[in-house]
Design a protein around this ligand. Structure first.
Ligand SMILES: [Zn+2]
Length: 224
C-alpha cells in the first residue's frame, strides 16, 4: 500500500513539474514591453516599497524573496526576459515582499518555523530510521515518536506554505491587472503559469501528509 502511494505521488509530481515546465516555455514566447526586473521594480514602487532591491541570481527556478536582506532574487532569465512568464514570476516574488511589508500572518508564521526546521531536518531522518529499527526490534517507541513529531513539523510547514504561495500569486495577478502590465489574454496566461507553480506546492504538501500518515500507521499497527 505504501509503495502504491509513493508511486502515485512520484507520478503526480512528475506530471505537475512537466506541465509547469511546458507552460513556462510556452508563455516565454509571449513578449511584453518590460523585463522581469522592470516589472518587479514597478510593482514594489506601486506598493510603496522602497527598501527592497531587485537582483539577479544564477540558475533556473532560483527565484525567491529573501526577507533577511530584503531582496527580490530573480533568476537570470526572469530578470532579463520581457515575456509573460518572466513578468508572472517577478510579480509573484514581489508578492512575497508585499506580504513581508504588510506583516502577512502566514508568512510570519512560516518564517518563525524555519529555525526549528533547520535543526530538526538534520536529525529527523536518523531518528525515524533508528526509531523504526528500535521499535521493531525492542518495541521501544520513544525515538520513533520523537522522529514522527519532527516530521509532522515539516508537514505543517508545507501546508503553511500553501496560503503564502497562493496569496503571493493573487497579489501579483491583481497588480498586473490594475497596473495594466498585461492585456486580458496575457493575464490569463500569467494566471495559468502561476496556477501550475502553486500546484507543485500542493502536491508536495499532500505527499508529506501521506508520508506522515504512513509513519503513524507503523506506530499504530505494532500497538494493536
Ligand atoms: Zn512563492
Amino acid at each position: 500500500m505504501y509503495y502504491i502511494i509513493i508511486i502515485v505521488f512520484m507520478g503526480l509530481s512528475m506530471i505537475v513539474s512537466a506541465r509547469l515546465k511546458s507552460k513556462f516555455k510556452k508563455y516565454s514566447q509571449s513578449p511584453i514591453g518590460m523585463t522581469g526586473a522592470q516589472v518587479a521594480q514597478k510593482m514594489l514602487r506601486d506598493n510603496g516599497i522602497n527598501d527592497v532591491d531587485v537582483i539577479s541570481t544564477p540558475g533556473a527556478l532560483t527565484d525567491h524573496y529573501n526577507p533577511a536582506n530584503k531582496t527580490v532574487n530573480l533568476s537570470d532569465w526572469v530578470y532579463s526576459q520581457n515575456t509573460v512568464a518572466a513578468a508572472a514570476v517577478a510579480a509573484h516574488e514581489c508578492g512575497h515582499a508585499v506580504q513581508h511589508a504588510h506583516a502577512y500572518t502566514w508568512l510570519g508564521f512560516r518564517s518563525k518555523m524555519v529555525p526549528a526546521l533547520n535543526i530538526s531536518s538534520k536529525i529527523m531522518p536518523w531518528l525515524i530510521m533508528g526509531g523504526i529499527f528500535l521499535f521493531y526490534s525492542s518495541g521501544n517507541s520513544l525515538i520513533l515518536i520523537i522522529g514522527i513529531a519532527m516530521f509532522a513539523l515539516t508537514t505543517i510547514f508545507s501546508f503553511v506554505t500553501l496560503p503564502v504561495e497562493f496569496d503571493a500569486s493573487n497579489r501579483a495577478l491583481k497588480w498586473l491587472d490594475t497596473a495594466r502590465i498585461l492585456n486580458r489574454e496575457d493575464h490569463d496566461k500569467a494566471k495559468d503559469a502561476l496556477k501550475w507553480a502553486a500546484m507543485t506546492y500542493v502536491v508536495a504538501a499532500l505527499a508529506s501528509l501521506a508520508q506522515l500518515l504512513y509513519y503513524l500507521s507503523i506506530l499504530n499497527n505494532r500497538r494493536d
